[in-house]
Design a protein around this ligand. Structure first.
Ligand code: 5AD
Ligand code: SF4
Length: 456
């Protein structure tokens, strides 16, 4: 296995090798999985291409979280199949849809290969074994696989910010969610391999690391002594002091005082927690099997803010879950106001076959009501984001520059520790630099800033 220092973590370029094209959908975990897949394929002699027309292997690393995610991917698979008319190409589906839809994906030979999230080590052999009459499938889920020994090949463009998976799978049984079925049981990864990967990123010039897990607070490694998530966070922060650390996702039932205090003690752990609430109604939370109440959630938020007043808090919200009444919806709006989230991802409930909710509760909120409630939630969040951003006007922040502004390529953009996007002009600076900025004005999405030492 590759050792820390000179591991080549950027995609190989070699015109003469067979080419693989990878399209990634869904969460950050999936982005990181594609990087693991690329390492496995590179080691087997392939190189990455972003030109689908020259690829011998086309993979879609897929997501099943909502029906619209899957529909979009089905559309893409149809387009991939057009490639087959022109030449001999292997079309493969990896990730969550592979796990959920194995049979329909192989029906009528729609694709050549179906590989679930725990079978990526076998991809090279599977691809080799594909023939027109012999599609390959491996959707076995594992209790152990964490790909701990595989150094992901980083596909991001900026070389600044990278993900490290610290665990896989999920042991929660949120009734709406397909993830425990597609990604299997929760397993944590050896902390030594996580630290090695963090140092490898530091050696390669990365400036920000995001530790990933479906529920990072339940990270646990036992090897004589126990390492919980707070311990891991501390070791990572100490071992790469020049690097900013983020993590996602926290679960409100599990986020501990120890984690909050560990964050507060380390200047290089970003002051941001993504804490999905899903609903502000206790009746809905119970039906969703989230295992906390709105009171508990508000207490956790209070705790975070009492220890770190400047900590950004973002969330996920589902509108129109089974049996949701107008009063339940009002409770969600009310909780959003009580917390004053800095930002949120907001969705309409989408029934996922096989989940507890699909089996037990009718998906009975009419589509137009779901849409209206979601719109109300989005509109309230815009107001809350704007209010939160307005409080930052006039304040000074240390920002890691991670790209140029979409609107004006002369300007940089970057994020504050609290995960807010700043846009500013900074002559002489480059991507990967830190800049001290002062916020001049804002929109609900952006802090319009200037360099702290620049003339007004
Ligand atoms: N319908 C709508 N949104 C969902 N999410 C998870 N499952 C569903 C579903 N069936 C949302 C949750 C979760 C985020 C990743 O996706 O808010 O936190
Ligand atoms: Fe990620 Fe969930 Fe989508 Fe799978 S279903 S890719 S775990 S968001």
């Amino acid at each position: 296995m590759a050792e820390t220092k000179h591991t080549d973590i950027r995609p190989l370029k070699d015109r003469n090798k067979p080419k693989i094209y990878i399209e990634t959908y869904g969460c950050q975990m999936n982005v990181n999985d594609s990087e693991v897949i690329l390492r496995i394929m590179q080691d087997a002699g392939y190189v990455l291409t972003d030109n689908i027309d020259e690829a011998g292997v086309i993979l879609a690393n897929t997501c099943s979280i909502r029906d619209n995610a899957e529909q979009r991917i089905w559309g893409r698979i149809e387009q991939f199949r057009l490639q087959k008319r022109r030449r001999n190409v292997v079309i493969g589906i990896t990730g969550c849809m592979a796990e959920r839809l194995k049979d329909s994906l192989l029906e009528n030979h729609t694709v050549d290969l179906v590989a679930g999230p725990d079978s990526y080590r076998n991809l090279p052999e599977m691809i080799k074994a594909v023939t027109p009459d012999n599609p390959q499938i491996n959707v076995l889920l594992s209790q152990e696989e964490t790909y701990a020994d595989i150094s992901p090949v980083r596909m991001d463009r900026n070389g600044i910010s990278a993900f490290i998976s610290i665990m896989r799978g999920c042991n929660n049984v949120c009734s709406y969610c397909v993830v425990p079925y597609t990604r299997g049981a929760e397993r944590s990864r050896d902390p030594q391999s996580i630290l090695r990967e963090a140092r490898e990123l530091a050696d390669n010039g990365y400036r920000e690391i995001t530790l990933l897990g479906q529920n990072v607070d339940s990270y646990l490694w036992e090897n004589g002594r126990k390492t919980d998530f707070a311990d891991l966070l501390e070791s990572v922060a100490d071992s790469v002091p020049g690097i900013r650390i983020r993590f996602s996702t926290s679960h409100p039932k599990d986020i501990s005082d120890k984690v909050i205090e560990t964050m507060a003690r380390h200047g290089n752990i970003c002051r941001h927690i993504h804490l999905p609430v899903q609903s502000g109604s206790n009746a809905m939370l119970e039906k969703m099997r989230r295992k906390y109440t709105r009171e508990w959630y508000l207490e956790r938020v209070g705790r975070i803010r009492s220890v770190m007043p400047d900590c950004g808090i973002s969330t996920d919200i589902i509108a129109g879950f089974c049996g949701e009444t107008e009063k339940d919806h009002e409770d969600t709006l009310d909780l959003m106001k009580a917390v004053g989230f800095d930002s949120a991802f907001m969705f309409q409930y989408s029934e996922r076959p096989g989940t507890l909710a699909a089996r037990k509760y009718p998906d009975d909120v009419p589509a137009d009501v779901k849409t209206a409630r979601l719109n109300e939630i989005i509109s309230l969040q815009n107001t809350l984001s704007l209010e939160s951003n307005r409080k930052d006007v006039g304040k000074r922040f240390r920002v890691l520059i991670d790209g140029t502004s979409k609107r004006n390529a002369e300007e940089f953009c970057g994020r504050t520790s609290s995960n807010k996007v700043c846009v500013f002009s900074a002559p002489g600076y480059g991507i990967g630099d830190y800049a001290e900025v002062v916020v001049r004005s804002c929109t609900s999405a952006t802090l319009l800033s200037r360099l702290a030492d620049a003339e007004e």
